[in-house]
Design a protein around this ligand. Structure first.
Ligand SMILES: Cc1cc2nc3c(=O)[nH]c(=O)nc-3n(C[C@H](O)[C@H](O)[C@H](O)COP(=O)(O)O)c2cc1C
Length: 235
């Protein structure tokens, strides 16, 4: 793929991007060409781009306060099960506080190398403690200690984090260079599952005439065996 630099014109008044990227995916998205379940369709796309897309698991997670003030950040998608899409984070973070108060989220993936994007919207639930423990024990030791050290989303002094990290290493008996250790899952840390009510698949096309297919969950269909209405959308 050609790398087109993001040429920006900039002066004191304005910064302007003047490149026009072109997209040309070979996909043809329509209700008749996609799989009946968006979970299966996502699995097919995510599997197919392994080794092609760099860090395909990086996604934007958007949350909102109960009075509608949105915020977004990049988080790593970690698991997909028949109920939904799972990521892991600190339960006292800004995003988690917003999800507690308003349990809905939107996820967006953008896979530049294949000119594809996916959007997921739905309600959220915490995954079980056992699922979080299972995931946590597979993380590198440094990340496990780091989860204890960081009071995510709070203001922190310059040396505070390094000091807390040292304290936590001491608390759990972790030495520099250790590959493993007994670092339990903090009670303030774990997974969120986004249970989709809407999933959209996007494939980029020339002249901005992109393909879009949206799955809408049929109201009242169960979380673990949903039925879907599939429609093609204008770009
Ligand atoms: C590539 C990338 C991956 C990230 N993965 C995670 C993640 O899996 N979990 C997480 O809590 N934060 C992750 N972050 C950090 C978040 O973007 C964010 O800074 C942090 O979660 C605090 O967000 P909040 O204050 O809105 O809660 C990641 C950031 C980047 C750039």
């Amino acid at each position: 793929m050609d790398f087109v630099p993001a040429i920006a014109q900039t002066n004191a008044e304005k910064l302007a991007v003047i490149t026009h990227q072109q997209y040309d995916s070979p996909d043809f998205l329509s209700p008749t060409t996609v799989l009946p379940s968006p979970i299966d369709q996502f699995r097919a796309w995510f599997t197919a781009i392994q080794g092609v897309v760099y860090e395909p698991e990086a996604m934007t997670v958007s949350t909102a306060t109960p009075n509608g003030i949105p915020s977004s950040r990049i988080v790593l998608f970690k698991q997909l099960d028949k109920r939904g899409f799972i990521f892991f984070t600190n339960y006292t973070s800004r995003k988690s506080k917003e999800l507690e108060a308003n349990p809905r989220a939107s996820l967006t993936f953008y896979w530049r190398e294949v000119h594809r994007s996916v959007r997921v919207g739905g309600k959220v639930e915490k995954v079980s403690r056992e699922e979080s423990e299972e995931y946590f024990k597979g993380r590198p030791i440094g990340s496990r200690v780091g989860a204890w050290a960081s009071k995510q989303s709070t203001v922190v002094g310059e040396n505070e984090l390094a000091e807390r990290m040292e304290k936590m290493k001491e608390k759990f008996g972790v030495k520099d260079g250790d590959k493993d250790g007994d670092v339990p899952l903090p009670e303030f840390w774990g997974g969120w599952r986004v249970v989709p009510e809407e999933v959209e698949f996007w494939a980029g096309k020339p002249s901005r005439l992109h393909d879009r297919v949206r799955y809408l969950r049929v109201e009242g269909s169960p979380d673990d065996a949903p039925e879907w209405k599939i429609e093609r959308l204008s770009p």
